[in-house]
Ligand binder design. Structure first.
Ligand SMILES: [Zn+2]
Length: 239
């Protein structure tokens, strides 16, 4: 997997770049500031501007040689373009994604290393996360809300590092999903996202620079979805 520019430059929302391949309605860019989706995080939205016009980007298609940006109209931009990320939408995804790490960390620590079985973030400021938790008491899970908001208030730094794939599998708890492992980058490394003093886990998404940049979080609902799936629905304050 190629290393996404947006992960190395999380605060860069507008990028001058150039079209390296174009078909009516889709282009490939030399460098792209967009997160194309994955790991439960929705793909970025944004716009492409060039000397002849401007068009919304509606999605991403991946093939063996890279990522196509799907355009809202069957235009064929060429040469120099400005690629602009929809900043409020990205910020919302970063917020939900970081908060899901906090939820994940506290469930992992408080419920015998329970692993994640599924995640989905939504554009309305809510998200769901499923855990393999056959025995847990829902009231005890619901009571994590206070601890989650404590972590947000403590404004802990969120950092990323890259570790070798072998090392990643050797570190207990680093691979937190029961089914999905983030693919290594081209140099064989696994990206690890760390909330200082709280948690380290392999992840390929976008996050806040510190937990305090999130609004407070509520646990909206807990459902039993079969023996091995406990689903927590969470929502940002005001969502
Ligand atoms: Zn993540």
């Amino acid at each position: 997997m190629t290393r996404y520019f947006c992960l190395d430059e999380p605060e860069l929302f507008e990028l001058e770049t150039s079209v390296v391949a174009a078909e009516p309605g889709r282009v490939r860019l030399e460098r792209s500031p967009f997160y194309p989706g994955g790991g439960g995080q929705l793909p970025d939205r944004g716009r492409l501007q060039w000397s002849g016009g401007e068009v919304a980007i509606t999605g991403f298609e991946s093939d063996g040689s890279g990522i196509w940006h799907v355009l809202a109209e069957p235009v064929t931009p060429s040469d120099a373009v400005i690629a602009a990320v929809d900043r409020p939408f990205r910020q919302l995804m970063r917020e939900l994604h970081t908060d899901l790490h906090i939820v994940n960390a506290l469930v992992y620590q408080g419920f015998d290393g329970a692993l994640v079985t599924g995640v989905q973030m939504n554009e309305d400021g809510t998200a769901r996360i499923d855990f393999d938790l056959p025995e847990a008491d829902n009231e005890r899970l619901k009571s994590l809300e206070g601890a989650i908001n404590d972590v947000i208030r403590q404004d802990l730094p969120v950092r990323e590092t890259h570790v070798g794939a072998d090392e990643a599998f050797d570190e207990p708890g680093l691979i937190r999903s029961r089914s999905v492992t983030p693919p290594p980058t081209a140099d064989g490394k696994i990206r690890v996202v760390e909330i200082a003093g709280l948690d380290r886990q392999a992840c390929g998404g976008t996050h806040l620079a510190s937990t305090g940049a999130s609004r407070p979080l509520r646990i909206l609902k807990i459902d039993n979805k079969g023996r091995h799936n406990r689903r927590l629905r969470i929502g940002l304050d005001g969502a």
